[in-house]
Design a protein around this ligand. Structure first.
Ligand code: ASP
Length: 343
């Protein structure tokens, strides 16, 4: 990392880069190249900032595989020249996007920090300025030339999280995200304090980062509820287009025990579909076999996602499905921490 770090900011869209059109009251994107004029404080930071914007900024609900590939491609082509990356997206799907990006970059040795805001940058009470300024500071932080953060993070409302541990929990509060199963990586107060013990501290080396663009989206998420019907379950898990299912279960991984439910899931697994068990709870872990209402899942070959979020499980499946792995290896990699996403 250089003495005056070079930070690359990518604006993909979302509230952070919007201003209110005072005639129509509608939020519209502003020209992000003018960011330094909007936030003159950026000039006080001891870093060089380069800003690039998606040609057509998107609401994060329109994120998709092509956009993920665009983000990774932009990071890749600027990776050698820049010391840190700040990726601005809408907060609605930020946990999904940042989780996927964490899998798409192997051996990441530089900070990639996602942030956004709940209020537009032009709003008097905006949270955008603090989020952006601190995200840049985090991306610039280094010790003896070694970046402090060498993973994909998500910074929001004074907290830096491991991105693939986060979930958006609140549509209104400035504190929109939570990482229930992993401690925060840094907290911004009077000082910016890093929680060094919990950072991804793989050895710093010159091994090149590998940027993987392939993703397979033939995945379904099936959230159980008491009363869910056989037809609905069948239409998801026996759909020939579906290669993997994230089964959102109750509590510590529990599900109905009735015959038809077990039979349908088993049929899907026998057909080669991968079914992973993620809890609907925002915190805690799946423990298959803890209650008798999860023993049957384990028996038929449903895999526990332990304390992974749904967002991380989807991202990991999108990534692993492209690898033509044997079922045994797929299971091994799914259960193993690849980017710090599972305890
Ligand atoms: N709807 C917006 C988006 O996710 C909200 C935000 O920017 O936080 O793109």
């Amino acid at each position: 990392m250089t003495i005056k770090p070079k930070i690359f900011i990518l604006y993909t869209g979302g509230t952070i880069g919007m201003v209110k059109d005072y005639n129509s009251e509608v939020l519209i994107p502003f020209d992000f190249d003018q960011i330094q004029e909007r936030i003159p404080e950026l000039r006080q930071l001891n870093c060089e900032i380069n800003t690039v914007s998606f040609e057509k900024p998107i609401d994060s609900s329109d994120m998709n595989v092509e956009r993920f590939q665009d983000i990774v491609g932009i990071i890749e082509s600027n990776y050698e020249v820049f010391d840190g990356f700040v990726i601005l997206t809408g907060s609605d799907t930020m946990s999904y996007t940042s989780s996927v990006i964490s899998f798409m970059i192997e051996n990441l040795q530089k900070p990639v920090i996602f942030t956004g805001s709940q209020l537009p940058i032009g709003d008097l009470r905006t949270d955008a300025k603090e989020n952006l300024i601190t995200a840049i500071q985090i991306a610039s932080s280094h010790k003896n030339g070694v970046p402090t953060i060498r993973e994909v993070g998500l910074y929001f409302e004074y907290k830096l999280y491991r991105a693939n541990r986060t979930t958006k929990l609140n549509a209104n509060n400035f504190e929109a995200f939570e990482s229930m199963n992993y401690p925060i990586l840094a907290e911004s107060g009077v000082q910016l304090n890093f929680n060094r013990k919990f950072l991804n501290i793989h050895p710093y080396n010159k091994k090149p980062a590998i940027f993987r663009k392939d993703l397979d989206t033939r995945i379904a998420v099936l959230k159980l509820f008491p009363g869910i019907t056989q037809n609905v379950i069948e239409s998801v898990v026996l759909n020939p287009e579906v290669k993997a299912v994230v089964l959102e279960t109750f509590g510590s991984g529990n599900a109905p025990t009735c015959d038809w439910f077990v039979k349908v899931l088993k049929k899907a697994i026998d057909n080669g579909v991968i079914i992973v068990n993620v809890t609907q709870c925002v915190g805690g872990s799946v423990i298959q076999g803890r209650y008798h209402t999860s023993v049957h899942l384990k028996k038929i070959g449903v895999w526990s996602s332990k304390d992974m979020t749904t967002e991380a499980a989807i991202a990991k499946l999108m990534y692993l499905l492209t690898k033509n792995l044997t079922k045994r290896d797929f299971k091994k990699y799914f259960k193993k921490s690849l980017r710090g996403e599972i305890s």
